[in-house]
Design a protein around this ligand. Sequence first.
Ligand code: 5GP
Length: 187
Amino acid sequence: MCKKGLLIVFSGPSGVGKGTVRKYFQADPELKITYSISMTTRQPRKGEVDGIDYFFVTRERFEEAIANGELLEYAEFVGNYYGTPFDYVEKLRNEGKNVLLEIEVQGMLQIKEKCPDALTIFIVPPSMKELERRIRGRKSESEEVIQERLAKAEKEMLLEKEYEFVVCNDDVLRAASEVASIIRKHM
Ligand code: 5GP
């Protein structure tokens, strides 16, 4: 029987560049990483694809998933639900794959309760000014949502102490290689 894969929780404030850092270390085949696709009620952004970036669902479908116990964790973030499908994660881990959850801090706290052996990594920006610049650069949200996401980021940063590892995204390649070496040490 193969060794069960790691459960890796990867978080950081909105706009910090988690997705970009992830794409770099995820490309390393030695790390055997599979990205867990979340379910969300948020509308797709330009270029996002259903079943690849997220499973985009209605609030009714999401609430049904909560009621049926289909989710390993879930949270409400700036007016939308986000959650991790449980069966999919278990199946991949049982196949020996290291499963990466890119989720916000409330979800991480639930995972710490349910899976104390999860590896938790928090990505921080070099400064709050730089974070604001990155969120605005994405040009996908209204001013109201940008303000909400920035306020949320300030709160999320207070929870970085709940994570085992904190990595600064000052440079994407450097941050990706630091995350890769953390994962390698735990395999
Ligand atoms: P975004 O709307 O920018 O894609 O995601 C907003 C926040 O929700 C990000 O911090 C992202 O990591 C988080 N998120 C994405 N999927 C999940 C999930 O399944 N569960 C939780 N708790 N957070 C998630």
